[in-house]
Every structure is written in C-alpha cells, then in structure tokens.
Design a protein around this ligand. Structure first.
Ligand SMILES: NC(=O)C1=CN([C@@H]2O[C@H](COP(=O)(O)OP(=O)(O)OC[C@H]3O[C@@H](n4cnc5c(N)ncnc54)[C@H](OP(=O)(O)O)[C@@H]3O)[C@@H](O)[C@H]2O)C=CC1
Ligand SMILES: Cc1cn([C@H]2C[C@H](O)[C@@H](COP(=O)(O)OP(=O)(O)O[C@H]3O[C@@H](C)C(=O)[C@@H](O)[C@H]3O)O2)c(=O)[nH]c1=O
Length: 258
C-alpha cells in the first residue's frame, strides 16, 4: 500500500484527484485543503511529515490568480515559491516523492513551435516567475520529484476556470468578448489527474520534468466557441472577438506545450 498526501485539495485539480483516487486500489490518500495545511507554514509542513510517512506528495496548492499576482506579488511568491520549497524540504527528509504541478506561463511565448521540456523558461508575469522559482527550489532540494507542466487547466465540474466562466456567463445571457492573441492547449483536469495517478504513481516514470496537456492548440476565442457549442449555447449569446481585451498581467502569445 502506498501512502499519498494531496495538498491544495480544495482546488479544481485536487477535487478531481479526490474523485479518481478510489480507482487506485493499492494507495491510501490523505487530502489536505488550504485550511487543513497551509504550505507556506514551514513548521506545520515539517511537523506533518515528521509524524507521518508518505510515499508521494501531490502538490496541487498554488496561487493561481494571474491578474492579482501582479498587484500582490509577495502573496504569489509565498505560495508558489516558498510553499513549494517547504514541501521539497519536507519530502527530502521524509523520503517522499514530490509530484508538483507547474505551468506553461513559465515560457515567454516568443517561440514559433511548441515548447518542450528542453526549452529555456523566461516568464513574463509574476505568476509565471513565482512558479518557475518553485520549480527551481524543487530541483535543487529533492532528486525524487516529478514536475508536470500543464496549461489552460479547466474542470467542467469544479472550481473557477475559463470553461465554467463562459458557461455561466452564457447561461446568464451576458455577451462574451474574447481575445485571440494567445495560443495554448486547454487541458481538462481529468486528463492531468489520470496522468498523475496512472503514469506517475502506478507507472513509475523516471524522475524529472514533464509536459501534460490535451494536445489541441487553440486561442481563447476558439476555446470559447468550442465551450458554447459543447453546451448547446452557440447562438444563444453574442460571442465577439475582442483584440483589445485589457488585462493587467502580460501573457505568453504562444504557450503550446509539446
Ligand atoms: N488553473 C490553470 O489554468 C493552471 C494551473 N496550473 C497549476 O496546476 C496546479 C493546480 O491548479 P488548479 O487546481 O487549477 O488551482 P486552483 O486555484 O483551483 O486550486 C489551488 C488550491 O490551492 C489552495 N491554496 C492556495 N494557497 C494555499 C496554501 N498556502 N496552502 C495550501 N493550499 C493553498 C487554494 O485554496 P484557496 O482557494 O482556499 O485559497 C486552492 O484550493 C497549480 O500548481 C497551478 O499552478 C498549471 C497550468 C494551468
Ligand atoms: C474572462 C475573459 C478572459 N479573456 C482573456 C483574458 C486572458 O488573456 C485569457 C484567459 O483569461 P483567464 O483569466 O481565464 O485565464 P488565465 O488566468 O490567463 O489562465 C491561466 O491560469 C494560470 C493559472 C495558468 O497556469 C495558465 O495555464 C492559464 O490557464 O482570456 C477574455 O478575452 N475575455 C473574457 O471574458
């Protein structure tokens, strides 16, 4: 029986993992929401790992508000950088493998083709930089790690994400103005959840950095079109291409992960 702790369990990925976890018959899971375990509290993390033995820690905890991160960078660094460091140190002491989720926003978006794990990150916003620094601490502190970068993550059921925002606004009859100035691969949390559980935990992949997406590149505008179609909402609400959609944070033009 392997013991698995999931941090940030209240988020969209955490909830998806919780839904899928009973499928792993030889694993025992502990799900910790932000209230149960604050990963920025080094002492709390240390004590938990001192009094328990875990084979794997899946870190789903993150500061994911890309806009807000520009305004309160310290809060983003606390969770995405220091929190990741705390977990890496606790895992190193407890001989736990850390499965950590990172992002396409570590790249600057200037590449023509898709980004591979060999490409050099160069984040252009606070969120991306805070996540990259988290990756770097993990690589420095702990050899037994999997860093999985994903992109444009959404769950149809859980949490806040672009998919659910579009469905909700369309159902409320709110007109949609969506940019097409970014390209990326939307990724269902179910794809990532299965990858983590089946490949990382059951499959024993070598330690290192991986990219996991749904592999279909598109713009946010074309994603919105797809979401409306899938939910029978096309034509029920106005969908306008908005090339001037203003955001506070810069975002990579191309963040397709290969
Ligand atoms: N969402 C996306 O589009 C993408 C996400 N990722 C990465 O995937 C991972 C999962 O993201 P996702 O599920 O979408 O994120 P969510 O924002 O849905 O969930 C993150 C969870 O982390 C919790 N959390 C925040 N701060 C702390 C803390 N100090 N200690 C413990 N828990 C905390 C949040 O709790 P609370 O809400 O109570 O603050 C929330 O439940 C993250 O690493 C993210 O960076 C990568 C690419 C795309
Ligand atoms: C809601 C909305 C967004 N947009 C634009 C803004 C932005 O450029 C893009 C996506 O906006 P969002 O705020 O939903 O997504 P954003 O915060 O950019 O999503 C990112 O989140 C982090 C956590 C990641 O790691 C990334 O992979 C990515 O998924 O769409 C519109 O054009 N119209 C709209 O009505």
């Amino acid at each position: 029986m392997v013991r698995v702790i999931v941090t940030g369990a209240g988020g969209q990925l955490g909830q998806t993992l919780q839904e899928f976890s009973p499928n792993l018959k030889n694993a025992q899971f502990e799900f910790k929401t932000a209230t149960d375990l604050d990963i920025t509290d080094g002492m709390a993390v240390f004590e938990l790992f001192e009094s328990n033995t875990y084979d794997y820690c899946i870190n789903c905890a993150a500061y994911t508000n890309v806009e807000q991160a520009e305004k309160t960078p310290e809060a983003a660094y606390q969770v995405n950088t220091e929190g990741a460091k705390n977990l890496a140190m606790a895992c190193a002491k407890g001989k736990t493998t850390l499965i950590h989720i990172s992002t396409d926003y570590v790249f600057d978006g200037e590449k023509e083709g898709s980004y591979t794990v060999k490409d050099e990150p160069n984040p252009i916003n606070v969120y991306g930089l805070s996540k990259l620094k988290g990756e770097e601490y993990i690589r420095d502190i702990l050899s037994d790690h999997h860093i999985i970068r994903t992109s444009w993550l959404y769950s149809k059921k859980y949490g806040h994400n672009f998919y659910r925002t579009i469905v909700q606004r369309a159902n409320e009859g709110i007109d949609l103005y969506i940019t097409d100035d970014q390209r990326g691969c939307p990724t269902n949390t179910e794809t990532l959840g299965k990858f983590i559980l089946n490949q990382m935990i059951e499959g024993n992949l070598p330690f290192g950095t991986y990219h996991c997406t749904d592999k279909v590149p598109m713009t946010w505008y074309s994603f919105a079109q797809k979401i409306l179609k899938e939910n029978g909402l096309s034509g029920k609400v106005r969908l306008e291409l908005d090339r001037n959609y203003r955001t506070f944070a810069k975002r990579p033009k191309n963040s397709v992960l290969g």
